[in-house]
Ligand binder design. Structure first.
Ligand SMILES: [Zn+2]
Length: 78
């Protein structure tokens, strides 16, 4: 699953993967989870707030969100 990311790979200063409620049963759930993760990160990340620009982790989470959105568009449009 594309949402499962090792935090160590992107140098996350905290655990971005704690998401016990996440369900893989529907693509929209993955999309929502990706969006929430991104929002939670930008709120919690000191670097994102200080620079008012996304750090590497935020960019990574944003890419995951875009990927989930593309997956949903594909599944809806087909
Ligand atoms: Zn950040």
């Amino acid at each position: 699953m594309g949402l499962v990311v090792s935090a160590g790979q992107v140098g996350a200063p905290f655990d971005v993967m704690s998401f016990p409620e996440m369900s893989m049963s529907a693509v929209s759930d993955a999309l929502e989870a990706a969006r929430i993760q991104y929002e939670q990160h930008t709120r919690a990340c000191r670097q994102c707030r200080a620079d008012s620009a996304p750090c590497a982790v935020a960019k990574h989470l944003w890419r995951l969100f875009n990927k989930a959105r593309q997956n949903q568009l594909r599944s809806n449009g087909a």
